[in-house]
Structure formats: C-alpha cells, structure tokens
Design a protein around this ligand. Structure first.
Ligand code: FIX
Ligand code: ZN
Length: 438
C-alpha cells in the first residue's frame, strides 16, 4: 500500500491529526454570555451571580487551586472565612504568591494556568496584575471565539442544573438564554436521584403535583417536569453525579435511596428512552468532605460496578454515558463496556484528569475497547481552561494512539494518514455524535 507510513513517521502524523481535529467537549461547566459574568476584570456587564467564568483571576481561583493553596497556607494561618471574604483579585494574588512564586507550579492545575496564558499570547513570567488588564479589555463573546479557536473546540456542552435557582431562573427569564450556537445544553438533575424529598418539594412548588409518597400521579408529573425542561433547554442528554454508595437496585431500607431508584427506573430512564436521549452517570463523587473549601471540598471513593451492569442489562433501550471518579473503578468500567453496547465510557474525570492517569486509563481503554470510547472531556469551569485541558489531553491521547499504531505496524498492518484522521475523529468527535443518534 503506497500511502502506508514508515514507523518513524507515525508519531508526527498522529500529532498532526490530533491537533487538526475539531473537538466536541461533551461535559463542561461553561456558559455563553447570556448567562452573565461575575468578574469585574473580564470586561462587560458585571452580574454577581453570572455563570460564565473567564480570565486570569478565575483561572487562578479555580477550586482545584483553592484546595492546593490550603495545603501550603493552612486554615490555622488563613481562616477559610477570611479567604472567602477576599475579592477575586486578592484570592488570585494569594494563590499566585504561594503556589507559583514560593514554589514551582508543578501540579497539573498550576501548569494549566501557565499553558493557557502562554497559548493566549501572554507572558507566563508576567504577573496577574498585567494579565488582569489584558482581560479587562476583552469582550466576552469575542473571547469565547478566541478560546475555541485556540483549543480547536467546535462545540461546548453545558451543565444545566435545573434545581439550581440561579440557573433555572435564567431560563425562565429569557427563553433564548441557551440559544448560542456554540453551546449545547444538558439537563442535570442530581436531586431527583440523590434527594427525592427536596426534589419533590421543589417540583411541587413549581406546579408539578409530585408528592413525597411516590404514586402513579407523582410519576407522571415528574415525567412532565423532565419533558418540559428538556423542551425548554433542548438538552442533548440528561446527567447526574452519583455518590460511591449508589446502588441499583437500592439496598437496605433507606427511603431516599428507594425513592431515587423509583425515580430512576420509572421517570428518568423512560423519558430518556422515549426521546432517544442518553443518560449520563458520573459515579463516585463524595461531596463536601471539607465544606469549607466549597466546590473544592469534594472527594472520591470506589463505586459499585455491579449496579452499572444491572442498569445496562435491565434497560437495553437506554443509552448510558458513564464516567467513574475512582482510579480503582477504571478497569472494571472498561470491561463492563465490553459487555454492553448501550454503554459509552467517557473522560478522565476530575482527579483522574492528570497526565499519569490519562495515559494509564487511555492505554487500558484502547487495549480493551479499541476506538469505541470517548477518551476525554474538559470539565472546564473557566472558559480559558479549554485551552490547557485540551492541549494537554491531545498530547497524551496522541502518544498512546501512536504507540498502538506502532504495535500494528509491527504486526504488518499498514498505517495511513487517512486512517489516523478517521480514528482520531471517532475518538474526539464522532463517537459522541453517533451515540446521541443511535
Ligand atoms: O459533578 C460534576 O459535574 C463535577 O465535574 C464537578 O462538580 C466538579 O466540581 C468538577 O468541576 C470537576 O472537575
Ligand atoms: Zn463536571
């Protein structure tokens, strides 16, 4: 085959394909400017509860870095309440001083700030003050275009938590709030499965006859609630984050777990199936281990793979996007995906989104699943993070893929640029789109 590559040319061809392939980022906490922006240093109108976070001060005060700075300046020296009273620039300067000036910024979250600043054409050896001035002159929407261009991300998938008042009220106040073509919506419904009593009370306040005691009327009304919000948001899938203790079927006599199971199998999965929408389960987050750190206070623990196998087997008409938070769950998750075609494994989530673990997990997945998985999502909370999260992941996924092609080449299989581009497109673009459609 004349267009087969020499072994020595494979890595460069993979790197080119990874860099050139536009990515659909299937899970982020990013929003268009219509959702407001809170930071006075990022230009535009200040909306204190605005949801679009962008700019260097937001990068530096990412909850990952808040957690890391509290390792070197403990609460005994800086009480949490004092930190949270600081302005965003003051918090950013504090983190810059202790994590970047007084020690080398070798953690992934620290390095990410520098990659992003560099790729935006700013000087990583400069100061947060100088970067602040740069962002203050930017327009939010134009900056979104800049970041998406540099990151080569063609579509940003939001997380739209309907039980969050700030989020829900923005949809009710402006039916076009989610109409920015660069973004797609995802209906996030954690309380329905994790805290049914609270969810029922809220849905009832919002005009849905959902009662604490679940009878058929409550099931129908909860389904109506989901349908209404899927229509309003045009959500492309439904999502939930589940604790390590999640079990299906629910174990023991815990009424909240029992109600969550009823909501799952009689409300959420039927509505997803009727609309052909995937249900995304992000499993293993143990919330508020240290609540003083706010978003940075969550941790993880090993979850139960048998519960996932039960769901995939008992609901063959449903499609499941699944990512798990514990490193210990990764091999059994990949093996489970070999058993169920309605399961699409995705991402190296949160504490797994680090070079050593992205390499380990992606290698394992390719060896067990070939190209039939989605290797990464960014989980970006700050717009500019798209740049570093994808720069780092493209390099890491590319290295693993190049190794796999080298193994194929050794087995006498011709590796072509066309095949590499096809496979890369599957991994970071088409597997997601195709799974939505099947
Ligand atoms: O539940 C989730 O969507 C998690 O990804 C977030 O809650 C988490 O804080 C995060 O951003 C991790 O990267
Ligand atoms: Zn997330």
């Amino acid at each position: 085959m004349s267009d087969a590559l020499q072994a020595s040319a494979i890595f460069a061809a993979v790197e080119r394909a990874m860099r050139g392939q536009p990515i659909i980022d299937m899970h982020t906490h990013l929003y268009p400017p219509t959702f407001g922006t809170p930071d006075p240093n990022t230009g535009g109108k200040i909306d204190a509860s605005g949801m679009l976070l962008w700019g260097s001060d937001e990068l530096l005060t990412y909850h990952y870095l808040v957690a890391e700075v509290y390792r070197v300046v403990p609460a005994s020296r800086l009480p949490y309440a004092e930190f949270w009273k600081m302005s965003k620039p003051q918090q950013a300067d504090h983190i810059w001083k202790h994590l970047f000036q007084e020690r080398s910024p070798i953690s992934e979250a620290c390095r990410g700030v520098l990659t992003t600043i560099q790729k935006l054409g700013l000087d990583p050896t400069d100061t947060p003050e100088s970067w602040r001035n740069h962002f203050a002159q930017q327009d939010a929407s134009a900056h979104i275009d800049t970041v998406m261009r540099i990151a080569n991300v063609t579509s940003i998938t939001m997380t739209n938590a309907v039980f969050d008042d700030n989020e829900r009220n923005r949809w009710l106040a402006n039916k076009n709030v989610g109409s920015d073509p660069r973004f797609t919506a995802v209906l996030r419904i954690d309380p329905i499965l994790r805290d049914y009593p609270m969810a029922a009370k809220k849905m009832s306040e919002w005009g849905y006859n959902v009662q604490p005691e679940i009878g058929q009327p409550s099931i129908e009304e909860a389904r109506r609630f989901l349908r209404d919000w899927l229509d309003r948001t045009q959500g492309i899938y439904v999502a939930v984050s589940l604790p390590p203790e999640f079990r299906y079927p629910a174990e023991g006599s815990d009424p909240v777990a029992g109600a969550g199971q009823t909501m799952l199998d009689q409300v959420v999965l039927p509505v997803c199936a009727e609309r052909g929408l995937p249900f995304a389960m992000m499993i293993g987050s143990r919330l508020k281990v240290n609540p003083e750190l706010r978003d940075g206070g969550d941790a993880e623990a090993k979850a139960d793979i048998v519960s996932l196998q039960n769901l995939c087997r008992q609901f063959p008409k449903n499609k499941f996007f699944v990512t798990m938070l514990a490193r210990e769950n990764q091999h059994e998750l990949a093996v489970t995906a070999r058993k169920f075609g309605n399961l699409m494994v995705f991402g190296c989530w949160w504490f797994l989104n680090n070079p050593s673990l992205i390499d380990e997990i992606t290698r394992m997945r390719m060896e067990l699943l070939g190209t039939s998985f989605i290797p990464q999502h960014s989980d970006a909370r700050v717009l500019d993070q798209l740049i570093y999260k994808w720069e780092h992941s493209r390099q890491l996924i590319g290295k693993v893929l190049a190794d796999k092609y080298a193994d194929l080449h050794s087995a006498g299989w011709p590796i072509t640029t066309k095949a590499i581009e096809r496979d890369v497109k599957l991994l970071v673009h088409d597997n997601f789109i195709n799974f939505l459609k099947i």
